[in-house]
Design a binder for this molecule. Structure first.
Ligand SMILES: Cc1ncc(COP(=O)(O)O)c(C=O)c1O
Length: 485
């Protein structure tokens, strides 16, 4: 990390000496105390994630990142992100003889320093909008490590990507016709592919299931005449060398993902047989590895996924094909934590409620669809020490002005008090980086953290907190008279 601000416990605030790194203490015990899982194995780079997080919470309070005036902040565990990137790389290296580009799905955590960190760990970028492309470029990702997918690319976006030499996956045959015209008008170094929908079915979350019979993504391969049209499209375009699929994300079983990949592999084999040459040389198999939101355990693992893929589609790994992957959630989710102060506590209808500063603005999916997106809550006292005390069923509410703004309803936790800190782990993807501006609540600051060998925590600013002036500017402040002229 550059621009690291070393943060050690402030004088006068007793910070317990860190235990030896090889013998991390038991994980935070505030959440679901009866069913707390055994400690997860330590990540290779150091102490276990929960131990690192506990130290970071304490340091965030001690060093003034979380105060009564700035009552919410998000943290990213740099060692955890690096460990996940390394696990992804080694899992696929262990099963394939071909080359692999792991392209992080920028949508999962669209923060430039995160993309730079991942690039430093050998991970590229999958972008799905001009904004995401701009973020990847700002992070220094070269075109050769960038892939553009999206279902609604404009001619201008396509032209820019082809001029840069970025890999592009067309979503449909109309888009392919647009690319025909662009390829004819100017030479491009972009590897080009087509997304297909293997129509293998849905997972448990409909909104994230992209391989349903009627999904909006890709060419629906099992529709009448579609397969023949796709094969013809390749035979007519010698420059079309990639096939792309993404079966879905959280909630999609690994076996279904493997079936999707098998379908696309079989299509590649058919095209290459008909072309009489290995025209399709790269399969982009998307992302989607689910994340365990119920405990510290990182499961399923990349190794589980890669082994299942290799067993289901052995021909894909024998060296004839290059692979592209597009994992997002599984690289970041476990390494992000929101910290929020408890402003007030009350009871309503006999139910204790802690009113905090973390809610719908940071965990939008959880608030609107709590069954599909449950999050753990960890309780700390006002100094950032794991809170002990009587476990009580209570609600953990956010600051927004609607009744459903709850991060957890009826959750058994040590009874929270005003000034306490709640931590919301597993929010590194599709959460605090995806601010929802309800009530004009500000985007909180995001800090990366790292531990020195002696347990001292240093923080680096990833994103500054949004100011009231910035909120006004984004809300048309420069055009205040626009409607009364
Ligand atoms: C095309 C594509 N690739 C990759 C991803 C990343 O999925 P995940 O974050 O579940 O790994 C998505 C998610 O929507 C996607 O649409």
């Amino acid at each position: 990390m550059r621009a690291v601000v070393p943060v050690r416990p402030a004088p006068g605030r007793a910070h317990p000496p860190p235990p030896a790194l090889a013998t991390p203490r038991a994980p935070h015990a505030a959440c679901t105390p009866a069913a707390y899982p055994p400690p997860a194995p330590p990540v290779r780079m150091g102490p276990m994630a929960s131990y690192r997080r506990d130290l970071a919470v304490r340091a965030a309070v001690a060093q003034g990142l979380l105060t009564p005036e700035s009552p919410v902040v998000a943290l990213l565990d740099v060692a955890g992100i690096r460990a996940s990137a390394a696990a992804l790389t080694s899992a696929f290296a262990a099963v394939t003889r071909g080359g692999v580009l792991h392209a992080f799905a920028v949508k999962a955590c669209p923060l430039v320093p995160v993309l730079r960190l991942l690039a430093d760990a050998g991970i590229g970028a999958e972008v799905a909008s001009p904004g995401e492309l701009a973020l990847a470029r700002a992070a220094g990702l070269p075109p050769s490590r960038t892939v553009l997918d999206s279902p609604a690319k404009t001619p201008a976006e396509l032209r820019e990507a082809l001029a840069l030499g970025i890999a592009v996956n067309a979503d449909n045959l109309q888009e392919l016709a647009r690319i025909d015209a662009l390829v004819a008008s100017a030479p491009t170094a972009s590897p080009l592919g087509l997304r297909v929908n293997p129509q293998v079915g849905a997972g448990s979350i409909g909104a994230l299931s992209t391989a349903t019979a009627t999904s909006k993504f890709g060419v629906a391969l099992r529709d009448e005449g579609a397969r023949e049209a796709v094969v013809r499209a390749y035979l007519d375009r010698p420059w079309l060398t990639r096939l792309h699929t993404h079966t879905g994300s959280q909630g999609v079983p690994l076996t279904l993902m493997a079936e999707g990949v098998r379908a696309v592999y079989e299509l590649a084999e058919e095209i290459n047989a008909k072309a009489g040459r290995p025209q399709v040389d790269t399969l982009d198999i998307g992302g989607g590895l689910p994340v365990n939101f119920a405990s510290e355990e990182e499961t399923p693992t990349y190794a589980d996924h890669a082994r299942l893929l290799a067993a289901t589609v052995p021909g894909l790994f024998d060296g004839r094909y290059r692979l592209v992957t597009e994992f997002g959630r599984s690289l970041l989710a476990k390494h992000g934590t929101v910290l929020a102060r408890v402003e007030y506590t009350k009871t309503s209808g006999g139910r204790p409620i802690a009113v905090t500063h973390a809610g719908v603005q940071l965990a939008t999916r959880t608030v609107y669809a709590p069954e599909a997106w449950p999050l753990r809550i960890l309780a700390y006292d006002s100094e950032g020490r794991p809170r002990s005390g009587r476990v009580t069923v209570q609600d953990v509410a956010g600051p927004a002005c609607f009744a459903g703004d709850l991060l957890a309803a009826g959750r058994a936790l040590p009874l929270l008090h005003p000034g306490d800190v709640v931590a919301v782990p597993d929010t590194g993807a599709y959460a605090f980086a995806h601010h929802y501006a309800y009530n004009s609540l500000p985007r909180p600051a995001v800090h990366g953290f790292a531990l020195a060998d002696d347990g001292a925590v240093s923080f680096a600013t990833v994103r500054a907190a949004q100011t009231p002036a910035e909120i006004v500017a984004e809300a048309g402040g420069a055009h205040a008279d626009a409607l009364v002229r």
